[in-house]
Design a protein around this ligand. Structure first.
Ligand SMILES: CC(C)(COP(=O)(O)OP(=O)(O)OC[C@H]1O[C@@H](n2cnc3c(N)ncnc32)[C@H](O)[C@@H]1OP(=O)(O)O)[C@@H](O)C(=O)NCCC(=O)NCCS
Length: 174
């Protein structure tokens, strides 16, 4: 019999990704996403931007990942503030709806708060209802923007203001 939800959460660990994780992500991603998406796992997200890329494992097995980075002031016309950007997140299909995505986002939020970010940002396509429901459940704001990704390419843009959010160690000390 599978251990109860809380017991399973205790065996899960979030950490920065390794090259071995990245290789595994590239191999599983099309299956986890149910379609061809592996070009989104560009090596730049490990070699150049890997400091904010996270893996989550359960008993040594990779069960989720988050490829993100920090957009610094002035690094893009729409990034006026230091922004923690989630490029791609994926959870193993057999581990969904167990709080794994929430836990990865909490860890990424901590990394970003400690790095002085003022907000978080992510985007998704209109058809990705799971992603939309997930971000809204986590308290992010959503905005549909026409032509965001080019002519006729609408996207849902999610943001979360980090004003007043403390990192986990600061919360524990308070
Ligand atoms: C979207 C995704 C990352 C969510 O991960 P997850 O580990 O299943 O999410 P959690 O269990 O932490 O969910 C937290 C809350 O979000 C909401 N939620 C998550 N997935 C949902 C879904 N498919 N439908 C409706 N609500 C959803 C729920 O309110 C959930 O809380 P609950 O289970 O207590 O009701 C995961 O489904 C996934 O990898 N999908 C495929 C890839 C993808 O779409 N990535 C996002 C775009 S970059």
């Amino acid at each position: 019999m599978a251990p109860p939800h809380d017991e399973r959460m205790k065996t899960m660990q979030t950490r920065r990704i390794t090259k071995k994780d990245f290789d595994e992500i590239v191999e599983v991603i099309d299956r986890w996403w149910d379609g061809p998406i592996n070009t989104f796992a560009h090596p730049i997200f490990f070699y150049e931007l890997g400091e904010q890329a996270l893996a989550i494992e359960d008993d040594g097995q990779l069960i989720g990942f988050l490829l993100g980075f920090i957009a610094h002031e002035g690094s893009g016309p729409s990034e006026p503030a230091r922004t923690g950007y989630v490029h791609l997140v994926g959870i193993h299909p057999e581990y969904r709806r167990r709080g794994v995505g929430r836990r990865l986002y909490d860890s990424f939020t901590d990394v970003c708060v400690r790095a002085g970010c003022e907000r978080l940002k992510a985007i998704t396509t209109l058809g990705n209802e799971g992603s939309q429901r997930f971000h809204l459940a986590l308290g992010w704001d959503a905005c549909e923007i026409d032509d965001y990704a080019g002519p006729g390419r609408k996207r849902i843009v999610f943001t979360r203001d980090l004003g007043g959010v403390q990192s986990a160690p600061a919360r524990e000390e308070a």
